[in-house]
Write a protein that binds this ligand. Structure first.
Ligand code: F0G
Length: 457
């Protein structure tokens, strides 16, 4: 087998700025040891997120020039709509400015106090949009998905028995719809199998419930199905995507991931009345139904990106580049969620720094050291993000896992960038005995990880 290469040439480049270790130590201190507060031009390799950070193709940039900016009935909308229909098979396509705008609309209409939305694992914005309406977001992940060190092909699967028990417990009339997040971002970018989608569909049919996909990374999920699930090896990625969506009644999508653009999203639906209600809310909050908070040029870029993401050479390179980083870390002894996911490698900070207690934020400690050592920006997904204080006793309640996510932007970094990232991670790991915990000295009442300030202990 020959080296899997980047399936593109580079036509336009963006220089990255080098800083010294001393400069970075000062920059980090000024940012309160919170990488969210670092200016991006002080970052050498930015692995904060894979969202909105893709490099667009020359055809997408050409589409930007060609976008039709008509307020109503833009030709770019119709190109976008027909591409989304081709992949999802859904009847009504509603553009939004990003994923959470689609979530806001659908949950405002279907949510409310007393309602429940089951999912394999809700992403934070999905959970926040559900809870904002007074409804409850419920995670029903398969047991294997909760164990970072155990390998399985489809660790994003929903626990189907738990779903049925849950429906019986709260009553089908209190569940507006069931959701599946493909791939499961909060659980390590792990895929959901076609069998699991079918099994969830069967339960939904039994209780007459609609099924929605949180489809941000649908193409990466389809590639895993092709590679790992029997019967799909000879199907095209488009066919697999079409089958995945065929079991669903609707989807929310952040085009900032698998549509390879910097902004955009959509809500797709089969139910006409629901679509009409969503469009009416869209007009109030986002814009007219043929642009929905986007420019015509953005819709053009999304349509082109959705076409390009189905290319198997692209997906092979994409999934392999994450696996490649995962292998290098594992070979160096760095504990990660296994196997590596579709868009990111997640370092297991609990096993990396067993001597730093969750209340001293081991993930934050690794994130800070990655920046100082190599100018790499990652994100803590652990007790900084999800830790709580007991309202009565003030006692610290840790997150379920202490993770550091290295999310890889699409088509942005080359193999040597990834080699460099692995070298820095190994260096930090080999010096792990020197790492210290952190304490929070400022935090906002909600979503504190974005603006918190820290002090090393
Ligand atoms: N659903 C999932 C599974 C996501 O990962 C995201 C965003 C959203 C919904 C919301 O989409 O950002 O366009 O509003 N995830 C980004 C991340 C922010 O870094 O993982 P959005």
């Amino acid at each position: 087998m020959k080296t899997i290469i980047e399936p593109f040439k580079i036509k336009s480049i963006e220089p990255i700025k080098f800083t010294t270790k001393e400069e970075r130590a000062k920059i980090l201190e000024d940012a309160g040891y919170n990488p969210f507060l670092i200016h991006s031009d002080d970052v050498l390799i930015d692995l904060l997120t894979d969202s909105g950070t893709s490099a667009m193709s020359s055809k997408q940039w050409a589409g930007i020039m060609d976008g039709d900016e008509a307020y109503a009935g833009s030709k770019s909308f119709y190109r976008f709509e027909s591409m989304v229909k081709k992949i999802t098979g859904h009847k009504f396509i509603i553009p939004t400015h990003q994923g959470r705008a689609a979530e806001k609309i659908i949950f405002s209409i279907t949510g409310g106090p007393g309602k429940f939305f089951p999912n394999n694992t809700h992403f934070d914005t999905t959970r926040a949009n559900i809870e904002f309406t007074g409804a409850e977001a419920v995670d029903l992940l398969n047991e294997i998905g909760k164990h970072p060190e155990q390998r399985a092909d489809f660790k994003g699967n929903m626990d189907v028995d738990a779903l049925e028990d849950f429906i019986k417990k709260v009553g089908r009339e209190n569940i507006p719809f069931v959701m599946l997040t493909v791939t499961n971002n909060s659980g390590g970018g792990q895929p959901v199998s076609m069998q699991n989608i079918k099994d969830v569909r069967k339960i939904c049919d039994r209780y007459e419930l609609p099924l929605f996909l949180d489809a941000c990374r649908f193409a990466e999920n389809a590639y895993f199905i092709k590679k790992r699930e029997k019967g799909y090896e000879n199907k095209s990625i488009l066919e697999i995507c079409q089958e995945m969506f065929s079991y669903s009644d609707g989807a929310t999508m952040s085009a900032k991931k698998d549509a390879l653009v910097n902004i955009g999203g959509f809500l797709s639906l089969n139910d006409e009345t629901l679509a009409m209600n969503c469009r009416n809310l869209l007009i109030v909050t986002e814009g007219f139904p043929t642009y929905g908070g986007l420019a015509g040029r953005d819709l053009e870029a999304v349509a082109q990106g959705l076409d390009e993401v189905l290319d198997e050479h692209y997906l092979q390179y994409r999934i392999r580049s994450i696996e490649y980083l995962g292998e290098k870390l594992l070979n160096g002894g760095v504990p990660i969620i296994e196997p590596p996911g579709g868009h990111a490698v997640y370092i297991d900070a609990k096993r990396f720094l067993p001597n730093i207690k969750p209340e001293q934020y081991p993930g934050q400690s690794i994130v800070c050291e990655l920046y100082i050592e190599g100018g790499i920006r990652a994100v803590e997904i652990g007790s900084v993000m999800f830790g709580k204080k007991d309202k009565k006793t003030g006692k610290f309640i840790p997150a379920m896992m202490e993770l550091v996510r290295l999310a890889i932007p699409r088509r942005v970094y080359t193999q040597s960038h990834i080699d460099y990232v692995a070298e820095v991670c190994l260096e930090v790991y080999n010096n792990r005995k020197k790492l210290k915990g952190y304490e929070i000295i400022y935090e906002a009442p909600m979503l504190r990880h974005f603006t918190a300030r820290f002090k090393p202990l």
